[in-house]
Design a protein around this ligand. Structure first.
Ligand code: FES
Length: 94
């Protein structure tokens, strides 16, 4: 849990997937780390509250749902997260 402090995000590799993990208000949220626009690194964007801004062209996503903030039809795949003690587990389909 210390790897992703409150109010930040970090990119992880899980199998063949890139996962963006964020901590907001003490809860962890995980979604596809590859931006739906042009493949930018979502986890490296600015996190403001529960909204992350992709660093490449500024698309914004709600990290609690993976939904694009302006277009409901665009949604990053969102993954279930479980916390056990100090460990955070993300259920990522292959
Ligand atoms: S790649 Fe993310 S906004 Fe363009």
């Amino acid at each position: 849990m210390n790897d992703v402090p409150e109010g930040t995000g970090k990119e992880f590799v899980a199998g063949s997937r890139i996962v963006a993990l964020f901590q907001v208000d003490g809860r962890f949220h995980a979604m596809d780390g590859i931006c739906a626009h042009a493949g930018g690194p979502v986890a490296k964007g600015q996190l403001t509250g529960c909204v992350v801004t992709c660093p490449w062209h500024g698309w914004q996503y709600d990290v609690t749902t993976g939904k694009h903030c302006l277009n409901d039809r665009i949604r990053q795949e969102h993954f279930p997260v479980t916390v056990e003690g100090e460990n955070v587990f993300v259920d990522v389909p292959e």
